[in-house]
Design a binder for this molecule. Sequence first.
Ligand SMILES: C[S@@+](CC[C@H](N)C(=O)[O-])C[C@H]1O[C@@H](n2cnc3c(N)ncnc32)[C@H](O)[C@@H]1O
Length: 221
Amino acid sequence: MLTKIDLKEYFNKLSESYITNEYASFFITNFMRRKLIKKIKNLENKSVLDIMSGKGENLKYINQKNTKITTIDFASKMNEAAKSKHKNKIINQIENDFFKVNHNSKSFDIILCSFGIKTIEPEKLNLFTKQISDMLKPNGEILLLELVKPKRAFNFKIAKFYLDVFVPNICGKQFKVLFPYVKNHINMNQLKLNIINEKIQIIEHKRYLDLFEIIHAKKKY
Ligand SMILES: C[S@@+](CC[C@H](N)C(=O)[O-])C[C@H]1O[C@@H](n2cnc3c(N)ncnc32)[C@H](O)[C@@H]1O
């Protein structure tokens, strides 16, 4: 059972120590983000939207001068940190709840979301997909990355010990909320079905290390 928390407040508070996430994962999370962005063949002259962008962790892999970057995140502290970390980039930061932004734009070639999906309430997953679809240009691509509950009992035990005991004790109690979300996030199959229902073609849906899943999809109309 998940305890309902104010995510905006939580992430504002977490922003200072968010980097410890990277250290605690031995940079595997960074490796996965890089893997996600590498799936995009061409970023030249593309308009990219990073949803639930945090401190701009994905942006370090987008270095093409002519790529237009937009981010959406409701936590102001995360946005401030992203801005100061990526001073060399022009970023259109939208500070709002993703579910409240104007989505009838069809203006993005690429839509990214890394590590933001597990906190979306299941009843909002449909809306999430619909909004992405509405914001995506024809031939646009979607790239989603998230932690999932390991399928193998042994891997689950290791993940539980690591995320529920080791990380909160070593990096701080604020990370204790992470494991219940991962445990609750069985896979991205429902999200994949929602994407298919939007008539968007799945290019790839793959699990890595029994702990991460990536969905890569492309709109054909
Ligand atoms: C776990 S962090 C992920 C950040 C980053 N994408 C990464 O790869 O590390 C989740 C981020 O999503 C934001 N977020 C969560 N729900 C949101 C919503 N409904 N609208 C906008 N931002 C949201 C939080 O403020 C936080 O910065």
